[in-house]
Design a protein around this ligand. Sequence first.
Ligand code: ZN
Ligand code: FE
Length: 760
Amino acid sequence: MNDVNRYIIILTGIVQGVGFRPFVFRIANRLQLNGWVENSGSGVIVDVEGKEDSIKQFIYILQNEYPGNAVITDFQIKSKQVYGYTDFSIKTSVTEDTANFLPADIAVCKSCIKEFNILGNKRYQYPFISCTNCGPRYSVINSLPYDRATTSMSEFKMCPQCISEYHTPSNRRFYAQTNCCFDCGPILKLLDTQGNTVDSSDCIKLARQLIRQGKILAVKGIGGYHLCCNARDLTAVQRLRKLKHRPYKPLAVMANNMESVSKICEVSKKEEEILTGNKKPILLLRKKIPEYLLRDIASNHNKLGIMLPYTPLQFLLFTEGIDYLVMTSGNISGSPICYQDDVAISSLGNVADYFLVHNREIIVPVDDAVVKVVDDHEILVRCGRGYAPLIIPIDTKSRILAVGAEQKCSVCITENGYATVSQYIGDINEYQTYKTFDRQIKHFKSLFGYCPDIYAFDPNPDYISTRYAIEQVGKRIAIQHHHAHMAGCMAENKLSDKAIGVIYDGTGLGTDDAVWGGEFFVGSLSEFKRVGHLKYVTLQGGDSAVKEPWRCASSYLSALDTNPHEFLPHISFPAIDMVEFAVKNNIKCFKSSSMGRLFDCVAALCGFETQITYDAQAAIELESVVDKGINDLYKYSVHDTEDGFVLGYEDILKDILNDIRKQESKSVISTKFHNTLIESTAACVCKIREKTAIKDVVLSGGVFENVYLLEGLISKLRNLQFNVYYNRLTPSNDGGISFGQAVAAGSILKEGNYVSCGSC
Ligand code: ZN
Ligand code: FE
């Protein structure tokens, strides 16, 4: 039974840009099989011919020993008539097929770093060393299939030596599309703030000297520029904050190695795996006390955002006594990350003293990803380099483009049962960020080669993304904001039956035109019913209530008929009186069930005095002072009304005011508040189960970035025999909205419930 047979194998998934074709080629040669392999838009096609035994072995290896960065989602085998191939080859890519899977950027691998450190190696200390297993991908791809010609590496013609590696099956760089060396690849340059080259025989050495002298450098990386300075130089860090207009928001730190990370933070085994893996995100880690690094890196925070070097260039910045660098996105606060050289020099010229640049073009701007570990699982907080784009299987074949919300915006495109979610784009009500959003949509459309049949969007008419969707030609489906949070979380957890959704969020438009954000739903991917919510309060001041937490507190105190002056001593009398007057006369007031605003209120009562300078600052600082040793809680109430279950805030706030009168510490109040929310939320969910017999609970929304609240609620609900689901692959904040919109719209279409909405 060992005749010669022939098979066509079609592999789908993340199989391009991860060294798959060379891998196939090597095995075929080893097993003396003939035929060919090629990239197609939807994956990799193998035509293989040879002895049945060898082919069986070949298939086993394909399925079990494929390259570490690949993900196989589908494997099809068809038998064919024997052709009579005489060798095995890698065919050049076909381009007619539509694109499907975009590989993410990969941190420089161990083998490359080893070569990089060998004196005399062709690529000794070459800042752009890469191989089939590592290097830039998504950020340099112009179109698919992934090939050198379709990336920004196409400008660099390989030298004879690189070409020979590229064509040698036994070489690590066999078919490595980013292959290059000192002779043929990108080069570094050090520029001054005018864009003039600084003369130097060794610009890396000079860059290191400048960092040691306290200078701020703009360094071009994989997905954009970083602003970089010595993390132990107080003057440099303070200067960077001032010039970047970023007074308090924590700065990401890059440490030279694991040993340095362990000096400043607690690191679990899981966390070490993430730090040293092939994605190299910013990982949020608990600070060691006493603090080793400057307080100014992340003041009023118990966590630090840490990453390890992921480009060869970054490794070079670290010798000669520097072990921690601030590595923050190269932008002015609020604007998108700079990725084009001329724009970087003009917009960062006032912040950076020098620019360390290279001549490999960045096609798609991608910030560093931010992750954390909760419940011993990695959770994505911000989708960026290494993770972007997210590719998630979904239960719809429709071609949908979902435009997200407004803050932390991302976009999502679907095709053939997969959703592709973009990197974090930012707050698109800022013009430059809006332009990035627009470009990203165009880029997706051109990569995927189609115009979407359906646009999914948020019904909030004030969102720029909503206006964008309404202007497009095609069908449109509006997905309520918190339903999008819930649907996204359900879909990534592969839930399709009805579930209970607890959506705690900052802001989102409700179906009754109130601001929602403390919501209890019963729903599926396609529909939801609001079965409970945080009690409405009348909040005064629109945007300013979000920026100045004391305004929330003032509104809440008015609702309680309590004198706000007593509890907001740092706010001027006239300012508070104005809010009170406006509440009483219904001037610029809105009804809110937002959990985010309740957090702001409590933070202000606990002494958060100023304007917030970044999203959710007051709430994050409130979480930072939680003391895990305290188990006390406040009184709370859950009422069954005709409007569903209403979680009251009055008892909780009255208890808090009593504690404030007793001069209880901020830490005690914060912990009791958190504990109360965990208890009262669980109580509400239990009541919903009594009525519906549903045991699956989905936790989503931006407020669940709060780890104490999330972990507490997960364990509480599990103890009550619920199945608890939360966001891991997609952010629970508005970065996950586009994915939720896409799956909800897909499900609505599938069920045939699509009705054209009024605004279309
Ligand atoms: Zn490598
Ligand atoms: Fe939201």
